[in-house]
Design a protein around this ligand. Structure first.
Ligand code: ADP
Ligand code: MG
Length: 711
């Protein structure tokens, strides 16, 4: 499998010219640029500014605000060299506004110090922040003026480029400028004949690199200028095409054909319910994929409680009946365990041997499990992602089911391929992949982030569920809630009380420490509630408890031997207790929408009317208020996901690092979401009519950095 792309025959002429053709770019500099994947003139044309600096005006020092970049001009009033663990240079300046500002340098040369004579006029640009004596700017860019006010101000925004190690910003800008001087004519450069009402590519590039004096400054700073939108369109298109292409490559592999539905039929006969229409439809889609000799790549999304697990089990049985192995992976041990419990119940009566592989399965048990997986004695293997990615050797793996919860990205998905044709499998085949996600992804985003997958939606809940009523309450009204729990439990119902972190942990707090604080909060709440509700059986689960203890408590709750379960957010996933019909979430304002939705999904699983109370501590931020209001207004996971995208942006929603979505140069999925329909349309057309153009667009934007999966 090739990791580097062959560069398609791109632009005739200038685009492919190596950077050493530029004045002042010798082999050593070219090497530094190459380290950032910048090899040709075209690479520099598409090295787009990350942001702009506005040096078109001066801000009086008095008007500076912390965190807001600005340009100021003033005279040096004091210079101080010191040493605080490392050399420091402090230069104090003032201007006519009567306020002072400190410039602080940690790296400086003697010649630099000499420039800062008292009285010298300076112009500098940077982001002020509170210092020991008023505001200070660390490492401003600056210029010593001949005379104060002597130099003309900039007449346009200055682009700021992503840094290239070993090349200063001024040099980099100069090189990009030289490359731009060789930009070919519009016809040569343009790969998208009709980008709606947006400017042609050549014009767009020149505008973002060299904003003209009359350009709309606020649009440029916000990233919404038509020139930026033109580039965002092409960049989104390039990523979309690249995912689509990965998928085409992936599907060129062979996969085992799995078509025996007898075991699945038996399970259906054993279930105490009928599948919903949506479950049936999705299972049929999966069966059609499995029966084909190319690998399935399917994402099943369905709201919490929509019944994804049984669909996964049915799919697993198709593979097992066809004589092959299945792996089921979950992101957390708790969730994996819940799957294990379900699968045992369903598969043991059908005599399908299971293996359990989790971090805590150690020693002999682990050796045995691994041996069973390798020999093929185990037909279905359940575990966490982490465990499966280690050195597990399968006998004849044909289907990997991945419960992803947004924690598992494209790259890990691809890594699974290598697990396929081991000992008993058909040599050269790769397993089918079924990805399940509990948090629905907004449709637009799904098409971009998961363009390498087919998407099935279980968009119907099993019958007999009454929607959860959600209320938002200030924490002062806690006593009322305690009474409400008392009343609900007196009627034989069960309740959750979810404790969340009250204080923001330190940035560098270890996950263990966070869990500890959370556990303490839960312990305290548990004690208070148990004291206030002596007639109830109150239980406690948190992440710091021993697994066996946690399990015992969960089992007791499930069996109805506990009325009120005090828990940390560990119950977010994998808990299924239909008789629980009341949930209180403390400090709900601290949680994100997806997490709140997951938590709330733990109630409303039975036929009783359920409710969820979101308790908050005042004051509420605007965002928190909007989140809580969204939760109150809807139970629809799709709507909530849309809102989440709007409030948080796609990076966080999908887990930035996993998806690689943050690697955009300029596009922003939330800001530019309205371009996506056009992106998809263009992609269809290009792939159908001019695949070579599609190649060139991908090469131009993603270049050699892309991993051509399966190529
Ligand atoms: P999720 O999609 O959140 O993983 P689960 O698979 O955990 O949902 O299913 C939620 C609950 O609904 C479980 O108790 C399951 O047994 C039940 N269930 C699943 N499908 C049906 C159905 N068709 N009819 C009734 N109950 C169902
Ligand atoms: Mg589930």
């Amino acid at each position: 499998m090739a990791r580097t792309a062959r560069r398609p025959p791109a632009l005739a002429g200038a685009g492919e010219t190596p950077l050493t053709a530029l004045a002042g770019c010798g082999p050593r500099m070219a090497e530094k640029l190459a380290a950032r994947d910048l090899h040709t003139l075209q690479d520099l044309w598409f090295q787009l500014p990350r942001q702009y600096e506005d040096r078109t005006r001066l801000t009086p020092i008095r008007d500076l605000r912390p965190g807001v970049a600005a340009q100021v001009e003033g005279r040096v009033v004091a210079v101080e060299r010191g040493f605080r663990g490392r050399p420091v240079l402090r230069v104090a300046i003032t201007d006519g506004s009567g306020s002072g500002l400190v410039l602080r340098f940690f790296h400086f040369r003697a010649a630099q110090v000499a420039q800062f004579a008292v009285g010298a006029p300076l112009r500098c640009y940077g982001t002020p922040r509170p210092g020991q004596q008023g505001l200070e700017i660390v490492h401003p860019s600056y210029q010593v003026l001949e005379v104060s006010g002597g130099d003309a101000l900039g007449d346009a925004l200055d682009p700021v480029y992503p840094t290239v190690e070993g090349i200063g910003p001024v040099t980099l800008r100069r090189l990009i400028g030289l490359a731009l001087d060789r930009l070919p004519d519009s016809a040569t450069l343009e790969l998208l004949a009709d980008a709606a009402d947006l400017p042609p590519l050549r014009e767009a590039l020149l505008t973002v690199h060299r904003p003209p004096r009359e350009a709309d400054v606020s649009a440029l700073l916000a990233g919404t200028h038509p020139a930026q939108r033109r580039l965002a369109l092409e960049e989104l298109l390039a990523h979309h095409l690249s995912l689509r292409r990965q998928r085409i490559a992936q599907q060129a592999h062979r996969a085992p054909t799995l078509a025996d539905q007898r075991l699945a039929g038996k399970l259906l006969g054993q279930l105490p319910y009928r599948l919903t229409g949506a479950q049936q439809r999705v299972f049929a889609e999966i069966c059609a994929d499995l029966a084909r000799p190319s690998p399935m790549l399917r994402l099943v999304q369905g709201d919490v409680g929509s019944g994804k697990t049984v669909v996964a089990a049915l799919a697993a049985l198709v593979a097992v009946a066809s004589g092959r192995q299945v792996a089921l992976m979950a992101p957390t041990e708790l969730l994996a365990e819940q799957h294990l419990v379900n699968l045992r119940e369903w598969l043991e009566p059908l005599d399908v041997p299971l293996a359990w592989l989790a971090g805590k399965v150690t020693g002999k048990a682990r050796q045995q499990a691994l041996a069973d997986v390798a020999s093929g004695a185990a037909r279905v293997v359940v575990g966490t992602h982490a465990v499966m990615q280690e050195s597990v050797v399968f006998h004849d793996l044909a289907l990997a089911i991945i419960d992803e919860q947004h924690r598992f990205g494209v790259h890990q998905r691809l890594a699974l391929r290598d697990k396929g044709g081991a000992a008993g499998g058909d040599a050269g085949t790769v397993p089918h992949q079924l990805v399940m996600t509990a948090t629905p992804i907004p449709r637009t985003l799904a098409m971009s982030a998961y363009a390498d997958l087919d998407v099935s939606s279980i968009d119907e809940l099993p019958p007999g569920r009454t929607p959860v009523q959600t209320a938002v309450l200030a924490s002062e009204r806690r006593p009322e809630l305690v009474e409400r729990i008392r009343a609900a439990c007196a009627q034989g119902r069960q309740a959750y009380w979810v404790c969340t972190l009250i204080d923001e942990p330190d940035d560098d707090a270890k996950p263990g420490a966070v869990m500890k604080i959370e556990a303490q909060a839960a312990q305290t709440t548990f004690e208070t509630l148990a004291a206030g509700l002596p007639e109830l059986r109150v239980g406690l689960v948190h992440g710091r408890m021993k697994a066996a203890e946690k399990q015992a408590t969960m089992a007791a709750f499930k069996a109805g031997r506990i009325d009120l379960l005090v828990a940390t957010t560990v119950i977010e996933v994998g808990v299924d207790v239909p008789n629980a019909s009341l949930m209180i979430i403390e400090n709900a304002e601290r949680l994100g929408l997806a997490q709140l939705h997951q938590l709330r999904g733990r109630v409303g699983r039975g036929s009783e009317a359920s409710s969820c109370v979101l308790m908050y501590r005042s004051p509420l931020s605007m965002l928190a208020r909007q989140r809580l209001e969204t939760m109150r207004a809807t139970n629809d996971g799709f709507l909530i996901a849309e809102k989440d995208l709007e409030l948080r942006g796609p990076g966080e929603l999908l887990g930035t690092r996993q998806t690689g979505l943050a690697e955009f140069r300029l596009a922003d999925l939330a800001r530019d979401a309205d371009l996506l329909p056009q992106v998809h349309e263009l992609a269809e057309r290009l792939l159908r009519d001019s695949p070579e153009l599609a190649e060139r667009i991908v090469a131009r934007w993603i270049g050699t950095a892309v991993r051509y999966a399966g190529a």
